[in-house]
Design a protein around this ligand. Sequence first.
Ligand SMILES: *Cc1c(COP(=O)(O)O)cnc(C)c1O
Length: 376
Amino acid sequence: MSAPPTVQARPRATIDLAALVGNYRIILDRLAGGAVAAMVKADGYGLGAIPVADALWAAGCRRFFVARLDEGIALRAALPEAEINVLDGVVPGTGPELAANDLVPIINSIAQLDEWRTAVAGSARSTAAGLHFDSGMGRLGIPADETDWLADHPDALGGIEIRHVMSHLASADVPGSPQSAVQLERFLAIRDRFPAGAASLANSAGVFLGPAYHFDLVRPGISLYGGAPFPGSGRPNPMQSVLTVEAPIIQVRTAAAGETIGYGATHRVTSPARIATVPVGYADGFLRSSSNVGLAAVAGRPVPIVGRVSMDLITLDVTELDDGLAQPGAIVELIGPNCPIDEVAGRAGSIANELLTILGRRLERRYVGRDRPRPD
Ligand SMILES: *Cc1c(COP(=O)(O)O)cnc(C)c1O
């Protein structure tokens, strides 16, 4: 018997923090002097808010956004000096806790504004807040009628340090979408009425729409984590792959013509085939909708997923590979440089953001590329 071909025994997720920092710099390089705030909501898009934010802080990033109060509190413990913005804003009852943790709420309504003024009135804490105006997303943000009211009643902002004036693009990832231009016009008009603080409009895709969208601060998320700014558009992805998911083959079997593979017998072998079974399934965050449409890679060569993705396993047709490559212990890449996350997601009818944030906790996690000591 030959020696085992590999030492990797477990399915694992490798997170390349050097690639993450490289992506931060790619974005920074596109700006004419503005700043980059890192979106680390949803546990850093599933990759670990603390290690991600820590690596970005070491690279010079000083501003971060999370969605929830609790995400902000956890990040505050790791980065005592950082500016940490909370997109949910002042959810009723959370003002004191936001203030106590030196978090910057992104105000989404007059009611939230009132709540914040009450929370910080007479306190020695920072009064800083961002103002999020809705320019067309129709989700969060100060609506048009409240924007008019606020412009007419500037006293309502008294006692508050306005740190950001921001809005959020709904269709930036669709190149040429007329909605982006409409939102840009509306945001320019909003900015005229609220000139204090840093202006911020662009998410990842917005950064790549050009300088008109950059203002003082951009807020990329998915691009930092390697996702394409315009997925599915055919445009090349300028970002580096950050996440690699790999697992060893645990069994290779020969299937005769007519045999079926997996639950529901959804794949029928038409001529003799070699089927490799890999210990990753939907319990690891690998979408079941990849069944019969997904691709993996062995030694850089694409291999199709055949049959259903089950809870713990997937099956690959490795007939086209040399026998020496498709052996138990050989490493299969499921997401990574050879299996770009946007393509894996797209084949499953999803987007990179969803794939990242459902990354399974059962996968062994390994952080690489964090070799520089943290400057304090
Ligand atoms: C999530 C989010 C972003 C980042 O979006 P990406 O498309 O991941 O770059 C920016 N701004 C707001 C308000 C968000 O909610």
